[in-house]
Write a protein that binds this ligand. Structure first.
Ligand code: GDP
Ligand code: MG
Length: 297
């Protein structure tokens, strides 16, 4: 059989389950997942090989009305990714239904003439009648080639969806080696792991006021790796929270991130976290370049 390859962009409002679905389809955790909106800040590729077909999925930041510079860059990254792919998949949280964010994305997709498949996610949480009503509302939009119902969390329906994508993939060479699961650089992957733990362990607005950069990645003689990261926050009061009493919070974040890095890298990791106050980090280009975002979006 000849090789096939297709680029698929996963679009949708924040928190609908894009990253969860990506990880499930690829069979590895390449994109971080938290219950908070706007966790994913940049385009992340997850690569899956299904027989002779390579499907390259792009997880994107959720689409919403941006207010700040970083949000603008995030939303812009999602759309520019859609324009560069063969296929767009709109993920909808079936419980939340047609929210204003989702409707805005649908409107923009209609104007852009993409070939779009809708995926209704979180069906483990919804009653059948409500789901059917949602499907009929989506049909009325006359935008979708097909509509799938899935649970990214428990995997229901994901196989059928993948089968369909496989049939749509055009003939062509694979873009990545067969054992590659993501295109994000390891340094960024490491920053993302720590950022996920920040999102999971800190409350309210704090995760949004923070960012993580990997400053050093040093291979050690004994086969382990030493990683030094800086957690940037905007205010001294935030630093106090991130560090925690006797440094306990930052230690717990570091331990959780290190464990996951070790299992992903399959080697020992020494992770050093430094917390720095930089009130304008989100106005500095280096925080965009590392994430592949356009500072001037
Ligand atoms: P994203 O912002 O669209 O990337 O969404 P995430 O993948 O980060 O998921 C947001 C939240 O929804 C997380 O707490 C997930 O565990 C949860 N979630 C994702 N998919 C499902 C699903 O199929 N069922 C349920 N019950 N929760 C889900
Ligand atoms: Mg995400």
């Amino acid at each position: 059989m000849a090789p096939r390859c297709m680029l698929v962009t996963l679009l949708g409002a924040p928190n609908v389950g894009k990253s969860t679905l990506l990880n499930r389809m690829v069979g590895a955790k390449v994109s971080i997942v938290t219950p908070k909106v706007q966790t994913t800040r940049s385009r992340i590729a997850g690569i899956g090989l299904f027989g002779e077909t390579q499907l390259v999925f792009f997880d994107t930041p959720g689409i919403f009305k941006p207010k700040k510079r970083m949000q603008r860059a995030m939303v812009e990254a999602a759309w520019s990714c859609a324009h560069q792919s063969d296929k767009v998949v709109l993920i909808i949280d079936s419980c939340a239904g047609l929210t204003s964010d989702t409707c805005r994305v649908i409107g923009k997709l209609q104007r852009a003439h993409f070939s779009v498949t809708a995926v209704l996610n979180k069906i483990d949480l919804i009653q059948r009648p409500k789901l059917l009503k949602l499907i009929s509302n989506l049909d009325d939009e006359q935008l979708f080639q097909d509509i799938f119902m899935i649970s990214a969390l428990n995997g229901d329906g994901v196989k059928d969806f993948l089968e369909k994508l496989k049939t749509e993939a055009p003939l062509g060479p694979w873009l990545y080696p067969e054992d590659q699961v993501s295109d994000i650089p390891l340094r960024m992957f490491a920053s993302e792991m720590t950022r996920e733990k920040l999102f999971l362990q800190l409350q309210n607005e704090l995760p949004y006021s923070s960012n993580v950069l990997t400053e050093q990645w040093r291979e050690q003689k004994d086969g382990s790796v030493r990683i030094d990261q800086v957690i940037f926050v905007e205010r001294q009061s935030q630093k106090v929270i991130v560090v925690g009493k006797n440094g306990e919070r930052v230690k717990s974040i570091g331990t959780a991130a290190r464990r996951e890095l070790e299992s992903f890298l399959e080697r020992r990791v020494h992770l050093f976290l430094h917390v720095k106050v930089r009130h304008d980090w989100s106005e500095r280009p280096e925080h965009y370049h590392d994430l592949g975002l356009d500072f001037n979006a």
